[in-house]
Every structure is written in structure tokens, then in C-alpha cells.
Design a protein. Sequence first.
Length: 345
Amino acid sequence: MTEQTERAPRDTPVVPSGRPPGAGGGLQPLGRTRDDWPRSFADRLTAPLPGLRAMARLAREGAVRPGPDGLRDIPLLPFAPGPLPSAGPETLAVTWAGHASWILRVGGLTVLTDPVWSRRILGTPARITPVGVRWEDMPPVDAVVISHNHFDHLDAPTLKRLPRDTPVFVPAGLGRWFTRHRFGRVTELDWWEAAELDGVRFEFVPAHHWSKRTLLDTCRSLWGGWVLTDRADRRIYFAGDTGYGHWFAEIGRRHPHIDLALLPIGAYDPRWWLGDVHTDPEEAVRAFQDLGARRMAPMHWATFVLSSEPVLEPLTRVRAAWARARLPREDLWDLPVGASRVLAP
């Protein structure tokens, strides 16, 4: 389900997890799932989920998609697919496939984030830009990271294309979904826990969000982002899906000098409905500053129409916010869908 179709009254009570937020930590075995997770992670929420009154307001206002004026700029959305850059073990390279799907080249590995190559996801109009990289043009995938279980981030048809021995890194409580789908190398982590694959460290970090995939599993699995660190201590932070809040400063404190932060800038309007779980462009720039990161690449826009802001507005607003903050223009990697950028050694 998408954010608009999923945000519903909480269907499970807050059940203490027995693990205070941020209580996890340390290096964990690669390829391990667990059966001792709590029934609910609702105590990790940083804002309450909307109730019946909010649902009634949303139904009354009907502000879930842009009007014709907000859709007229679809032909102007940046789309510039190109060949994937060559990337050796000493190179960091990123390619934006669209939405929250990136092809990361880090430490000699090819890593996919929240891969969604489907034309359509449940409850949402079809993609408004094509996938930036054809599946057949990708190098072998060495690993996948998943931020949470919403349908626009966990796409079963795309995952079915992967060999079942592909290493997959997932949030606490989500390992069972992957083992049911016959993935054999699943690593399930709590916030601040990490595992290593061929010299690259994968650490799961908090986000201001939530989880739900069916009518009965609200917050039954965790949500978050990922910090990938190579042998030279260079870091890419993939925020997944998140609102603005205190976790960015804490992530930056624990991971100083992040080389590149992949941050969401879209699916934010109306704010009263989505403000707790999706950063708007100005908040994304604030999050970047809280992180103390060196560069920012925007994502989570220009692919699926999930909310009511005009389709080109996230880009114009993030550029304006960046300029107001007097940040170096070359450090904003506002890539077209399908484009790449390389951070040389």
C-alpha cells in the first residue's frame, strides 16, 4: 500500500517492545533472522498515527492527488538515463532509478535500495517517469537494503527478479516476509545494529515513520534507514522514508562526515496529514545540516503521485532552500531519474 492508502487508525495497541528506542547496537552475524522480536514496534513511533477524525477530514477535503495544474509539468520532470559508471572498490557511485530506488556502488559491491521496478504499485497511479535503469542493464546485484514494508518501498514483483541467494538487509520483524519468499541470506537488524558483507558495513538507523502492509500488521515490523561504510570509512546514508525530527542529529553524531545523504523531498502535502512521516524540501535541507553530511541527493519524488503537491514543486523548493541556506551548489546532487554521480577516491 502507499502512504495515502495506508495511513489509517492504529489497529494494534502500543505494546512495549522491551527494547527502548536505540537500545540495539553492535555488529551482528550476517544472514541471521530472529524470532524474538516484540509483537509491535508502536512504541518506536515519534508521532501518533492519525485516527478517525483525521480520516474523516481527509475524506472531506479529498486532497490526495494534485489537480490538473499540479500534473501539467509531468513532461518537464527530469529524466536522463545513461550508462552505469564503472566503479572499482575505491569508488562511491550512485544511480537514481526513481523514487527511493538507488543503485549504489560501494566498496566494490552493487547494492539496491528499496528496489521498485514495477510500473504500478497498489493503490497508486502508474509511474509518471520510467525506471531510470533497465533491469537487464544492471550488473549483478550483491546486496539489497529495505527501509520498511510499505508497498512503494517493498515491491514483491521486483524482488522476484533477484536470485534467492542475494544478501538482503531488512528491519526487525521483516525477515519472515523474505524467508517466506525463499530468500536464503536475510539479515534482520534493530536500530543501531550492523552487519558486514565483503568489507562493507550495513548499519540500520532510525527514521520518523511507521510500517503497515496489511489490515492487521500496523507497526509489526520496524522502519528506518541505512548507513553503508566502506573500508576507507566513507559513508552513504540512505534515509528510506521519514519525517523530520531528532534522529538526524543523532545519526550524524554516530556517523560523522557522511559523504552523501540520500534524503526524501516529496509526498509531503497536505502537511497536516503527512508532516510527521514525510519531510518536505525545506525539512530535508535541515535534516542534511543536522546530519553534518557533505553532499545531498534528493529522492522520493518525480516517480509516483502519492500526495497533492504539484509534481515539479519538490525540486524547485529544495533548490531554493539550499540557496537560502548558503550551501555550495555543487554539493546538491539533484539528479534526473536515471542519472549517476561518482565520488572518486
